[in-house]
Write a protein that binds this ligand. Structure first.
Ligand SMILES: [Cu+2]
Length: 455
């Protein structure tokens, strides 16, 4: 992890950033399923932070070193000591060597800082990169690959006129935390408003929303559809034709776009009114030997009957007297309260996320992959008064584009979102949290224990 400067656009002076080696996103790590690897994550950052630390936040008190970091690989099934527990941060001059067994299906994972109380600032400064797992089964599908498989890491930032990153503050000098951070400028793979020359053929784009708080509704300006082939944790059973991709912070989508009929066109990747990037399609016909098979990889449904326990977990917002958002809590609990989620290794549970807040929260569990069962609208007033769930709408099954393996799920506002999770791999202490980084840094994160079965 280093500090460096980077030209994000030809019309802007170079921007100070933090990243891996000298890049943000950092170098992409490629791994094969079942082949482990060791990474030494070296903190070579300066001693002073350049983002507004809020010392009121738990874990970021004034007696803590300003610059601390620890790396977590989002979506990786790893032993607890290699997962990057938020309190195990280390300072410049130190490093940690983590083991990634990669005993999991092919997927686009991503590594990023996870340091307690300043995670949102370290990631905004640039501490993230991609980690791709592959295997023979996926290779055999003959999807577009090599130069035709392109990761697109999308995130928003604000810049000052001198080209430097601008992170929003509350206006209260000794309490700068803001409940949500949105940038005005859209970045892809570390560049501002980039374009990509493409050939008139199929491409595989692996999209990651690495924003602190912004949700995207990706679409193409010519009305062309995406073929979505995968979710966070790997391939869908079959491609899904989709016009708009809704992607929350931390989520990934894997798509194929066919530019064959678009020779000479310029096509924008858009989100609502934002223009994200441009595809410039070549005029010359090319041959394309890649394929988009009708079936990809089976995703066996985890049956509700296999769950040994259902946990009902409210998501609650605490407001200040003036109505401002103070913090949002999982299960009404702060980070340093005793562990309440303690599933047994190799068992399956249903988690009912009862979102009583006005925000949609992307909820991420470390270690595991899971499936979305359904979502359902409920009466929040009855719930507040009695803690009873009175449903006021029909059961909404997963959309076809989220009917695969997930590790981050949108818990929609005023809905119950039910996921089914098998806790496999390792016993030990992990975390689960909201992936809106401003929420996560302000108590919307909880430790959880995977408990080894007795005997
Ligand atoms: Cu949240």
């Amino acid at each position: 992890m280093n500090e460096f400067t980077s030209k994000v656009h030809r019309d802007l002076p170079a921007t100070r950033m933090w990243g891996f080696e000298a890049a943000s996103p950092g170098p992409t790590i490629e791994a094969r399923s079942g082949e482990g690897l060791l990474v030494e994550w070296v903190n070579n950052l300066p001693a002073k932070h350049f983002m507004p630390i809020d010392h009121n936040l738990h874990g970021a008190e004034a007696d803590k070193p300003e610059v601390r970091s620890i790396v977590h690989v989002h979506g990786a099934k790893v032993p607890p000591e290699s997962d990057g527990y938020p309190e195990n941060w280390y300072v410049p001059g130190k490093s940690a060597t983590y083991y990634y067994p990669n005993g999991q299906d092919p997927a686009l994972l991503w590594y990023h800082d996870h340091a307690m109380g300043i995670n949102r600032l370290n990631i905004y400064a640039g501490l993230f990169g991609l980690f791709i797992v592959r295997d023979k089964v996926e290779d055999a599908l003959n999807l577009p690959r090599g130069a035709y498989e392109i990761p697109l890491v999308v995130f928003d930032r604000s810049f000052r006129q001198d080209g430097q990153l601008d992170y929003p503050v509350s206006g209260i000098a000794d309490a700068p935390w803001v409940p949500e951070a949105f940038g005005e400028a859209m970045m892809v793979n570390g560049k501002l408003f980039p374009y990509l020359d493409v050939e008139p053929r199929k491409y595989r784009f692996r999209l990651l929303n690495a924003s602190n708080g912004r949700f995207y509704h990706f679409s193409l300006s010519n009305g062309q559809h995406f073929k979505q082939i995968g979710t966070d944790q790997g391939l869908l059973p079959a491609p899904v034709d989709i016009e708009t991709l809704l992607v929350a912070p931390g989520e990934r989508v894997d798509v194929v776009v066919d530019f064959t009929g678009q020779r000479g066109e310029r096509i924008l990747l858009k989100s609502d009114t934002f223009e994200i990037m441009q595809f410039r399609v070549g005029r010359d016909r090319v041959s394309d030997s890649s394929s988009l098979p009708g079936s990809l990889r089976p995703v066996p449904k985890t049956l509700e009957s296999s769950a040994i326990r259902t946990r009902r977990i409210p998501i609650i917002e605490n407001k200040a007297k003036n109505g401002d958002s103070m913090m949002m809590l999982l299960n009404g609990m702060h980070w340093d309260m005793p562990v309440t989620e303690n599933p047994t290794l190799d068992t399956t549970e249903i988690w009912e996320l009862v979102n009583t807040t006005e925000d949609s929260h992307p909820i991420h569990l470390h270690l595991v992959r899971f499936q979305l069962l359904d979502r359902r609208v409920f009466n929040e007033y009855v719930y507040y008064r009695t803690r009873e769930l009175r449903y006021t709408g029909p059961v909404e099954p997963p959309e076809p584009f989220e009917a695969g393996w997930k590790d981050t799920i949108r818990a929609h506002s005023l809905m119950v979102t039910r996921i089914i999770v098998r806790f496999e791999g390792y016993a030990g202490r992990y975390v689960w949290h909201c992936h809106l980084l401003e929420h996560e840094d302000n108590e919307m994160m909880r430790p959880y224990d995977v408990v080894a079965p007795r005997g």
